[in-house]
Ligand binder design. Structure first.
Ligand code: FAD
Length: 394
């Protein structure tokens, strides 16, 4: 039998980065906050993130590093609670960190420190965090939300949807946020797996034989390019450059890869003058891992030494190496996606407060919303910033 309803100022659904940050912000403003999650522990994605060290923000956080149907939406929250404010909190908790590359900040120790920090900050705000609670009926009447969970009912004038997106279901991720948002009349931008390896069709089998080979590239989907490493896998392509372009890639499109980003223009012509007897394979081997150099030389089929090749053919080979076309047949899906592109449509939300325009008191934050960051700490910064924005308001 359900117990007597408990009353709070705000109920936050989801104890991930966004939900905890919203809760600690509101709690420290003196609001009575309840966080509910079905997982047995808080912040499960934080714990496994960044190889267990949590890439918790990025020094170069800026709105142009986020995908959304409305590219302006993230500006307000990101500018009011910045990466520098989060770094200051991490410093206050004595958590040592380092910049790995490209502005990406990681704990020196473990991601557990970030979860412990968020829970400690929630405690300072007297937030009630209820874990392992299966979510029941969510109601709304006379400006008050009610949430059944386990055998309890909680009521509050503010309800925050912070249950994330459907990527990595085995960690407890669900499409709950979208179902709930739709029930309240909000629209959802089609969710797609993002920051995810791409799969190649069987006629690209040659590259499967390169499984495990990594090389620095510039990868391109449409007009968007990323200069990072690519990794050949037994199913297709992965590595940071590929994960980044996967968020922009659409079915049917090609991904173009510059395999020799550091080679100067007309590098093969120069190599022909300097080492006329050298073959393409050995010249490629100066820029690429051996197995990849061999596979590409086979594909380009320029037999003999460089001196035997016409300049036009060398230029054509270089052009192909600078924009090698792959046609992925799909992605490895939500099971392997670090995030979800799409989600609760920003058109129905205030960018200042994350409150639903048509349902006063209802908020959506974090990955549940149609705002998706690049790889490199941008997604957690969105969780903190959007959580902070809603936490100021509830
Ligand atoms: C392997 C991996 C590594 C990552 N590494 C990084 C990184 O290093 N840096 C970075 O910036 N981003 C990283 N990300 C992305 C980042 O984890 C997410 O963007 C971020 O966790 C989103 O926070 P959130 O609070 O919105 O959602 P989540 O962290 O997903 O939290 C949602 C919470 O809601 C709960 N929930 C879901 N459905 C229900 C339901 N029906 N009932 C009750 N509770 C529910 C879940 O249990 C969860 O606790 C990584 C993601 C993955 C999968």
């Amino acid at each position: 039998m359900a117990s007597t309803p408990e009353h709070f100022d705000a109920i936050v659904l989801g104890a991930g980065g966004a939900g905890l940050f919203c809760a600690l912000t509101a709690g420290q403003r003196g609001r009575r906050v309840l966080v509910i999650d079905h997982a047995p522990e808080p912040g499960k994605k934080i714990l496994i993130s960044g190889g267990g060290r949590c890439n918790f923000t990025n020094l170069h956080t800026a709105p142009d590093r986020y995908l959304s149907a409305n590219p302006h939406f993230a500006k307000s929250a990101l500018s009011r609670y910045t990466q520098h404010e989060f770094i200051a909190m991490v410093d206050r908790h004595g958590i040592a960190w380092h910049e790995k590359t490209l502005g990406q900040l990681f704990c020196d120790g473990t991601a557990k420190q970030i979860v412990a920090m968020l829970i400690d900050e929630c405690d300072r705000g007297n937030v009630t965090v209820r874990l392992g609670a299966s979510m029941g009926e969510v109601g709304h009447a006379d400006g008050v939300f009610s949430v059944a969970h386990g055998n309890r009912i909680a009521r509050a004038p503010s309800l925050v949807i912070a249950t994330g997106g459907p990527s990595i279901p085995k960690l407890g991720a669900t499409g709950f946020a979208y179902d709930l948002a739709r029930r309240f009349g909000l629209k959802v931008v089609e969710p797609r797996p993002a920051l995810v390896p791409l799969t190649l069709p069987s006629d690209e089998a040659l590259f499967r034989s390169l499984s495990g080979v990594a090389t620095p590239v510039v990868a391109r989907a449409g007009k968007t390019r990323f200069a990072e490493a690519a990794l050949f896998t037994h199913r297709g392509l992965s590595g940071p450059a590929i994960l980044q372009v996967s968020s922009y890639w659409r079915h049917g499109e090609a991904v173009g890869i510059d395999l020799i980003p550091d080679a100067p223009t007309d590098w093969l012509i120069a190599a022909k003058a300097a080492r006329p007897k050298a073959g393409l394979r050995s010249v490629l081997g100066e820029h690429l891992p051996d197995r990849l150099a061999e596979a590409l030389a086979d594909q380009l089929a320029l037999n003999g030494g460089l001196a035997d090749q016409r300049d036009a053919n060398l230029r054509a080979a270089e052009a192909r190496l600078r924009d090698w076309q792959f046609r992925p047949d799909g992605t490895e899906g939500f099971a392997k996606a670090e995030v979800t592109v799409g989600g609760i449509a920003t058109a129905g939300l205030s960018s200042q407060t994350m409150e639903a325009r048509s349902v006063p008191g209802l908020y959506a934050i974090g990955e549940a919303v149609d705002v998706t960051g690049w790889l490199g700490g941008y997604n957690f910064q969105w969780a903190w910033s959007s959580g902070w924005a809603a936490g100021q308001q509830v």
